[in-house]
Design a protein around this ligand. Structure first.
Ligand SMILES: Cc1cc2nc3c(=O)[nH]c(=O)nc-3n(C[C@H](O)[C@H](O)[C@H](O)COP(=O)(O)OP(=O)(O)OC[C@H]3O[C@@H](n4cnc5c(N)ncnc54)[C@H](O)[C@@H]3O)c2cc1C
Length: 299
C-alpha cells in the first residue's frame, strides 16, 4: 500500500445547496476544487475527512451575479471564471489581479474563491482584495443564514469563525464608484506556482484635484490572518506620493510577519511596505483612468 490519501468513508456529489447543507448537518465536510483539501491530504499534512460533500456542481454556487451596485460571487466560482468576468475586471480589479496570480492554469480552473476564503491561509491571494473591498461572507446551514464581514470570518491561520455545519454560499461585494481604483500586488520569486511572500491590496478614491479622498489597505502573509491596516487618515486629502508613503509606513508598523524558509521577518516587513506602496500607486492609476495590467512594471 502507498502513502496516498485513504478513501473517504462517504462521498456525496451535491446538486443543490439544500443537499449540501443536509450533508454538512450530518457531519460532512465541503469540498469544492480540492486544491487545498486533497493536496494537504496527499502531503499527509491532514487526513481527508471521513465524510465529504462536493459542491462544485451546485450551479447557484458557481454564479457571479451583478445586481445594481453590488456583486454576489458564488462560493464555488473558480479563479478562471473571475479572470474572465468583465465586471470583475472593470470594477473589482484587485480580485482579478489576485485570481490571475493563483497557481497555474490548472489550479485556476479548479480552485474556488470560497475554498480560498474557508482555507483561511494568511497568505491567501483573494483575502486582501476582498478585505479592502469590504467583502462579506454569506454562511448558510439548515438552521438559517447569516452574513458577516470576511475579516471577522478569519480568526487565525487556517481558522474561521464558521460552524462546521455552515456552508459559505457566496461573497458579497459593493461595486466601487467610478472615481475608485483597486489593486493587488504580491512579492513572488517566480511567476507561477508560488505562494505570496508578502502581498498588499489597496482600494482608494481620487477627487477632482487628484488627491486621495478614501483609502483602504490590507496585507497578506503579514500576520496570522489577512490584516487590514488602520490609521490611514494622513493619506486623506494627500497626493499619491504622500498616500503611498503613509500606506508603506503604516503597513510596516502594523504587520507581524514570520520568518520561514522563504523569507525572514525583517525582509518580509520591508517588502510589505513596498507592496503596499505599489498597490496604492496601481489603484491610483486605475482610478484616474489608466489601464494597468497586473504584469506591468510598477513604480
Ligand atoms: C499548485 C497549487 C498552487 C496554488 N497557488 C495558490 C496561490 O497562488 N494563491 C492562493 O491563494 N492559493 C493557492 N493555492 C491554494 C488553493 O488553490 C486555493 O486556496 C483555492 O482557492 C482553494 O479552493 P478549492 O476550491 O480548491 O478548496 P478546497 O480544497 O475544496 O477546500 C479548501 C477548504 O475550504 C473548505 N471549503 C471549500 N469550500 C467551502 C464552502 N463553500 N463552504 C465551507 N467550506 C468550504 C474545505 O472544507 C476545505 O477546508 C494553490 C494550490 C495548489 C495545489
Amino acid at each position: 500500500m502507498g502513502n496516498g490519501p485513504r478513501s473517504p468513508v462517504k462521498f456525496l456529489q451535491a446538486e443543490t445547496t439544500a443537499e449540501a447543507l443536509d450533508a454538512l448537518g450530518c457531519g460532512a465536510r465541503a469540498i469544492a476544487g480540492g486544491s487545498d483539501l486533497i493536496v494537504r491530504a496527499r502531503q499527509s499534512n491532514s487526513p481527508l475527512p471521513d465524510h465529504l460533500v462536493a459542491i462544485d456542481r451546485v450551479s447557484t454556487l458557481r454564479q457571479i451575479q451583478i445586481d445594481g451596485g453590488s456583486a454576489r460571487i458564488g462560493a464555488a466560482v473558480t479563479y478562471a471564471q473571475l479572470v474572465d468576468h468583465t465586471v470583475i475586471a472593470a470594477r473589482l480589479t484587485a480580485i482579478r489581479d489576485a485570481s490571475l496570480l493563483v497557481g497555474s492554469p490548472a489550479t485556476r480552473h479548479v480552485g474556488t474563491i470560497g475554498g480560498n476564503a474557508m482555507n483561511a491561509s494568511p497568505a491567501m491571494d483573494t483575502g486582501a482584495p476582498l478585505a479592502v473591498l469590504g467583502g462579506r461572507a454569506v454562511l448558510e446551514s439548515t438552521a438559517g443564514r447569516r452574513t458577516m464581514s470576511l475579516t471577522d470570518l478569519w480568526i487565525g491561520p487556517g481558522q474561521t469563525s464558521a460552524r462546521s455545519d455552515e456552508l459559505l454560499t457566496g461573497i458579497l461585494v459593493d461595486l466601487p464608484s467610478s472615481d475608485s481604483g483597486t489593486a493587488y500586488h504580491r512579492l513572488e520569486y517566480r511567476r507561477s506556482m508560488e505562494i505570496a511572500v508578502a502581498g498588499a491590496a489597496a482600494a482608494l478614491r481620487v477627487d477632482r484635484d487628484g488627491l486621495i479622498s478614501s483609502l483602504r489597505v490590507a496585507l497578506s502573509a503579514a500576520a496570522p490572518t489577512i490584516l487590514e491596516i488602520q490609521h490611514l487618515d494622513a493619506a486623506i486629502g494627500a497626493t499619491l506620493a504622500r498616500a503611498s508613503a503613509v500606506a508603506r509606513e503604516q503597513s510596516m508598523d502594523q504587520c507581524t510577519p514570520i520568518s520561514d524558509i522563504r523569507a525572514s521577518a525583517e525582509y518580509r516587513r520591508h517588502c510589505i511596505g513596498v507592496m503596499a506602496a505599489r498597490a496604492v500607486a496601481t489603484a491610483y492609476a486605475r482610478a484616474t483612468g489608466q489601464t494597468i495590467s497586473q504584469w506591468a512594471s510598477t513604480p
